[in-house]
Write a protein that binds this ligand. Structure first.
Ligand SMILES: *Cc1c(COP(=O)(O)O)cnc(C)c1O
Length: 373
């Protein structure tokens, strides 16, 4: 019996995919399930997303794509970054759509494809301003030509990635779109017409209709989380993850006493303290107590007190006790999700910790079992 677990609501994933598909039609939805489905469990999420109409999946690493194939998932899977040259034979065997942006990569991909006697479908990536990976716009015509002329390769898409789509008023997104379309125009002038164009992440899909094109690559919205607070009300999304841990110990701590490593929290009054069986090894930030992060116990918001330890953390149960809850060993404490009338969202935790909800859900450790329902 696990003492901490994440509950994944497959119906919520399905609803979110349908909501996004309706919004962006006729563009198709590519559900991004990298990083173990943003901590939700890649295979569970992929199955739910595909069942709800996601026509594509995307991952960051070759291993992630292979795991989906091993699970029997057959839809097109896009690799979001150019693989290492040694990995192209695996890409070909797993039949992954491959992102390329270098001449070396194109050569290695062509070799692997011919060796495996397969055709690799290439998504050529252009850097229009994110400045992370991708070919310079001026290099794209030559690279596209190289793809088209390489045995075993087929140019399926030219794509790019947006840097500030989560800030709807930021004009840089329009600049990126202009650069992108200028590249496509040059290619068209040379008779190269990639059948698919894709640009939008969740924020792009939600906030920039012009970025939807043929395919949207949605990650965070599939999980029911808005890419930014500004985009919370575009469509109604259903949060798909609950993070729960059991209370392993309950005690009274007397006024004046302190607790946890460093004895950094001292109580001013006698206090009921619960120990909860989840810690920083499971992705709960060690200094959560300094940022006012709360946990639901007995349906009430109760603050984490003292330094979070590797496997356990302590909670001041005063609000639960005041509301009449009998706090007991074995009770559930909710770190993300709803309990009774109250909800703690990944967005709230992120806000308190000075990060984004992506990092909060991706940070849930591999030791925490994912239970789908
Ligand atoms: C992760 C990623 C996405 C998904 O982004 P969300 O903001 O989660 O929708 C899309 N495209 C690329 C290239 C990515 O790396």
């Amino acid at each position: 019996m696990a003492t901490a677990w994440a509950e994944i609501d497959q119906a919520a994933i399905g609803r979110n995919v349908r909501t996004l598909a309706e919004l962006v039609a006729p563009a198709a939805v590519c559900a991004v399930v990298k990083a173990d489905g943003y901590g939700h469990g890649a295979i569970t999420v992929a199955r739910a997303a595909v069942a709800a109409g996601a026509e594509w999946l995307a991952v960051a690493h070759v291993d992630e794509g292979e795991a989906l194939r091993t699970a029997g998932i057959g839809v097109p899977i896009l690799l979001l970054a150019e693989p290492e040259p040694v990995d192209f034979d695996r890409v070909a065997r797993a039949d992954l759509r491959v992102t390329l942006y270098s001449s070396v990569g194109i050569k290695a991909a062509s070799q692997a494809a011919t060796m495996a006697n397969r055709t690799l479908k290439v998504h050529l990536k252009v850097d229009t301003g994110m400045r992370r990976v991708g070919a310079e716009p001026a290099e794209v015509p030559l690279l596209a030509r190289q793809v088209v002329d390489s045995p075993g390769l087929e140019l399926e898409a030219v794509w790019t990635h947006l840097a500030v789509a989560d800030e709807p008023a930021n004009q840089f997104t329009n600049q990126q779109l202009e650069t992108y379309h200028a590249v496509l125009d040059v290619l068209a002038g040379e008779g190269i017409h990639p059948p698919l164009r894709h640009v939008a992440n969740s924020a792009g899909a939600l906030a920039h209709p012009a970025a939807r094109l043929d395919l949207v690559r949605c990650g965070i919205a599939v999980y029911g989380i808005a890419p930014s607070t500004e985009l919370e009300s575009v469509v109604e999304l259903c949060r798909a993850l609950r993070l729960v841990a059991r209370i392993s110990h309950v005690k009274q701590v007397e006024a004046g006493a302190a607790l946890s490593y460093g004895l950094r929290h001292t109580f001013s009054v006698d206090t009921t303290v619960a120990t909860v069986a989840i810690g920083y090894a499971d992705g709960i930030r060690r200094d959560s107590h300094l940022h006012g992060v709360e946990v639901l116990i007995g349906g009430e918001r109760c603050p984490i007190v003292g330094t979070v330890t590797m496997d356990q953390l302590m909670v001041d149960c005063t609000p639960a006790v005041a509301a009449g809850a009998a706090v007991a060993v074995g009770d559930e404490a909710v770190l993300i999700g709803t309990q009774g009338q109250r909800t703690i969202t990944a967005a709230e935790v992120a806000e308190r910790l000075g990060t984004i909800p992506y990092e909060v859900v991706c940070g849930i450790g591999p030791r925490v079992p994912r239970r789908s329902r």
